[in-house]
Design a protein around this ligand. Structure first.
Ligand SMILES: Nc1ncnc2c1ncn2[C@@H]1O[C@H](COP(=O)(O)OP(=O)(O)OP(=O)(O)O)[C@@H](O)[C@H]1O
Ligand SMILES: [Mg+2]
Length: 241
C-alpha cells in the first residue's frame, strides 16, 4: 500500500512535515471527524521509536513519555482501542496506569482536571501526546509542557476548535515561533468519509458558529447581538471582589 492509500492528503502533509523537521509542538486542529486523531495516533508510535533511539544513545534505559486524554476512559477510547484495532497492539497497563511499548514507559494521565497534575509532577518526559486538548486544563497542559525537558522531546496535540480567546489558540497556534507548527483540518479533508455523510452533515448543520466550527474547523465565538460590541480589553471584569 502506498502512503496516499493509507492517508488523506492533509494527513500526508502532516506526516511529511513530522518526518522531515524538528519541532516542539505539532498541533492538529479543526473540524470533527477529519482525521486529526488517526494521524496523531500513528505519529505517537513513530515518536516512541524516536524516543527509544535518543534515550539509548544517552544511556537511559527507561525513557518516559506522557500520554494524555481528557480522562483515562477517553484515552482508551480515542487512542488505545483504536491502535489495538488497527495494529493488534495489546497494552498491558500496570497499577499506575503505565505501559511499556517499544522500550518506552508510557505514563497515561487525564488532563481535564487540576488533580491530574499530580500524576506527572516531577517526572522527566521524552515527549507527550495530548488528545482532545479542547478539554484540557491549562495548568495541566503547562505541567505536561514543562515535563518535556529531555533531549529532543516533542509534543503532539489534537483539538477541535473553541472560542478564539482560548489559550491554545492565543498562545500557541497564533504564536509565530517556528518551534510550534499547526495544521488546520476541514470536513472535506477527510477523503475516507463518504460523500453522502459529508453532504448530509453540511445540509443539517446550522449556519453560524456550528457550521464554522464543525464543518470549517474555525475558532469562532458564539454569535449574539448582545455581545456584538463586546471587547475583552474594555468589558472583561477579572475580579469582582
Ligand atoms: N487514514 C485514514 N484511513 C482510514 N480511515 C480514516 C483515516 N483517517 C480518518 N479516518 C476515518 O475518519 C474517522 C475520523 O477520524 P479521526 O477520529 O481521526 O477524526 P478527528 O478529527 O480526531 O475527529 P474528532 O474531532 O471527532 O475527534 C475515523 O473514524 C476513521 O474511520
Ligand atoms: Mg479526535
Amino acid at each position: 500500500m502506498t502512503l496516499s492509500e493509507l492517508y488523506t492528503p492533509k494527513q500526508q502533509e502532516v506526516l511529511r512535515y513530522a518526518f522531515n523537521h524538528d519541532y516542539f509542538m505539532l498541533i492538529n486542529h479543526g473540524a470533527k471527524r477529519t482525521g486529526k486523531t488517526v494521524i496523531d495516533n500513528d505519529l505517537f508510535l513513530y515518536e516512541l521509536k524516536c524516543v527509544k533511539r535518543i534515550a539509548t544513545n544517552e544511556g537511559v534505559e527507561n525513557p518516559q513519555y506522557i500520554l494524555a486524554g481528557a480522562n483515562l476512559g477517553n484515552l482508551a477510547k480515542n487512542v488505545l482501542i483504536e491502535l489495538t484495532n488497527k495494529y493488534g497492539i495489546n497494552f498491558h497497563m500496570d497499577k499506575y496506569n503505565r505501559f511499556k511499548l517499544f522500550g518506552v514507559l508510557v505514563v497515561c494521565t487525564g488532563h481535564s482536571k487540576i488533580n491530574d497534575l499530580s500524576r506527572i509532577r516531577g517526572m522527566t518526559a521524552y515527549g507527550a501526546y495530548i488528545n482532545e486538548d479542547s478539554l484540557a486544563n491549562e495548568e495541566v497542559f503547562n505541567e505536561i509542557k514543562s515535563r518535556c525537558s529531555a533531549n529532543g522531546a516533542r509534543i503532539l496535540i489534537d483539538t477541535s476548535p473553541d472560542q478564539p480567546e482560548r489559550w491554545l489558540k492565543r498562545d500557541y497556534i497564533d504564536n509565530p515561533d517556528k518551534s510550534i507548527v499547526d495544521f488546520h483540518f476541514v470536513l472535506d479533508d477527510n477523503t475516507f468519509l463518504n460523500k453522502r455523510y459529508r453532504e448530509n452533515i453540511k445540509a443539517t448543520t446550522p449556519s453560524g458558529m456550528f457550521y464554522d466550527r464543525d464543518i470549517n474547523g474555525l475558532w469562532c465565538a458564539a454569535e449574539g447581538v448582545v455581545y456584538k460590541d463586546f471587547n475583552k480589553d474594555i468589558h472583561y471584569i477579572s475580579n469582582l471582589s
